[in-house]
Design a protein around this ligand. Sequence first.
Ligand SMILES: C[S@@+](CC[C@H](N)C(=O)[O-])C[C@H]1O[C@@H](n2cnc3c(N)ncnc32)[C@H](O)[C@@H]1O
Length: 258
Amino acid sequence: MEDPKEYVKINEMTRRDAKEVLEKIPIKWKKVDARVLDIGCGDGGVTSNILKKYMPENFKKLVGCDKNIECVKYAQEHYGNEKVHFMALDVEEKIPDELKETFDHIFSSYAFNWIRKQEIAFTNVYDMLTEGGNCQLLFVGHSNAFQVFDDLSRTPKWRSHLENVHTKFTSPYFHSQDPAGEIQTMMKRIGFKDIDVRATRETYAYEDGVEMFKSVMKCLNPFQSLEENWEEFMSDALALDPDLGIVKYVLIVACGSK
Ligand SMILES: C[S@@+](CC[C@H](N)C(=O)[O-])C[C@H]1O[C@@H](n2cnc3c(N)ncnc32)[C@H](O)[C@@H]1O
């Protein structure tokens, strides 16, 4: 996702899921002076309009981070204030020592499915948490949208455009039969306690059906060479799966404490 201005028009599904997960799996908040990090904050809307509403009012600071500097600038401009701010951070890379043990809670919505180096990212989450702190990370495993990109990547017509589909687009858990089990094992290895990982089958029907699906995919599409042939590509995608206006996916929610 490169353009936060476009992203705000199409993220109805992430907003719904972030809200539902925060309702269904209440976070055990630190009552006073909580320091909270939202990883992969994008435009900052989920951070400020959703996550913040569930936090105790007397929190100390809320930080949104993203590896995309355009997102960080947009979020800071729209939502930054004395207690809420946004910074550039790639959670798959080595994190600065100053960030270690500085957050009581770490949240993330729809970012971890973009992350290849899962063990590094989860270890960074663990390292940034204070003793007794906790995390709640929600992201996608399998989905019919990933499936159609994967199917088209094996056709002679689209193969060259989608060569890196498994490293640039589909979730690292796209093929996994037991994503919750895999993540639980990894979190245990890292040292997390109170681990609770759920993988549930969900659906989301876009209000504007396939037209919205096309807009969402255009915004998220990381393959530049597809842009020139976008309508033709989408038409082939819809020929393979005409129901793409309804997203069918596995939603993973990984919680744990330090
Ligand atoms: C689909 S958006 C989600 C935005 C927002 N959290 C929401 O729920 O609407 C995914 C975001 O994760 C960010 N992201 C992907 N990989 C990341 C990484 N390794 N470190 C930090 N942010 C990352 C992307 O730049 C993008 O802004």
